[in-house]
Design a protein around this ligand. Structure first.
Ligand code: FE2
Length: 290
């Protein structure tokens, strides 16, 4: 008996569903359901913006994590941290890529000398750090490339893709680039299951929907909005539609004149692209609990 085209498509759809593939069509669909919408802030993890792409996290267990700490020449470094001693303690440094506004070698040397932290960075940058700072406690054989996850004292740290570049300039915005491998982002799942995605410097990319949104399901996304070097405000707002976090912190803006100066247009675009996501517009040096 011949079947009609309509019957064939219905049978095909039923076959996909029985194979557990129905989620693929929903992942690529136009009306994604927020993975974490409506979630309340647990208020146990401290998040502090240190200006530009730099962040400080304090875990439930008191671990102090600095991500891309650009301190000495960052115009937005909170004044108290100009003296590196004011961090008090630093347990872990995370680096996303080699650009000088994320990895400044003299700053890293100071932090290592003061706090002897563990260090997680992409493979090539990791080796560069070890060559320049032999005593650095690089976790090269725990976590060193995209796709991998390491449990750091109860915090799952996953290294994920970023679409960007990663040459290092080391001390300033002049000089020759050094090859530092690929750029990355991080997903941090804290002891209380709160999951934070810091994208690092990146363009809008399909991983945000299929890997970050569908698989890691972060509660909070930290995304660049500054344009010129990364996503701009419109792309970052669309990224929230793909990632579906309950909260988003805009970053990598307002640092110097080339970048977007405020988060206003990002917040405006967010209302259209991902109205379920609440923007948390931060001031450097004023920590919040999430
Ligand atoms: Fe960069």
């Amino acid at each position: 008996m011949e079947c009609t085209r309509k019957e064939f498509l219905a049978a095909l759809a039923a076959g996909f569903a029985s194979l557990g593939l129905a989620g693929i069509s929903s992942a690529a669909g136009t009306t994604p359901v927020p993975a974490t919408a409506g979630k309340k802030r647990i208020k146990e993890i401290q998040v502090e913006w240190l200006g530009h792409g730099s962040f400080k996290f304090v875990s439930r267990g008191g671990k102090v994590i600095l991500l891309d700490p650009w301190i000495s020449t960052n115009p937005k470094t909170p004044s108290r941290y100009r003296s590196f001693e004011h961090f008090g303690k630093v347990d872990l440094l995370l680096f996303t890529h080699g650009h000088v506004d994320h990895f400044m070698l003299p700053d890293v040397k100071k932090l290592v000398a003061l706090y002897d932290p563990d260090i997680i960075a992409p493979w090539e940058l990791d080796f560069f750090i070890k060559s320049e700072i032999p005593q650095a406690r690089c976790m090269t054989f725990q976590l060193a490339n995209v796709g991998a996850t390491y449990n750091y004292h109860g915090i799952d740290i996953s290294m994920v893709n970023a679409v960007h570049s990663s040459g290092a300039q080391l001390t300033g915005f002049t000089g020759t680039n050094k090859y530092m491998g690929r750029p990355v982002g991080y997903v941090l799942t804290f002891e209380n299951s709160l999951t934070i995605y810091h994208s690092g410097d990146t363009a809008l990319m399909s991983d945000m929907q299929l890997v970050i949104g569908d698989y890691y399901k972060p509660d909070l996304a930290i995304l660049p909005i500054g344009n010129v070097f990364t996503m701009g405000p419109r792309e970052a707002a669309y990224a929230c539609k793909m990632i579906r976090p309950s909260f988003v912190i805009p970053e990598h803006y307002g640092t110097f004149p080339a970048l977007e100066q405020t988060a206003d247009s990002f917040v405006k675009y967010l209302k259209t692209s991902s109205p379920q996501t609440q923007p948390l517009v931060m001031t450097p040096g004023k920590p919040i609990l999430v």
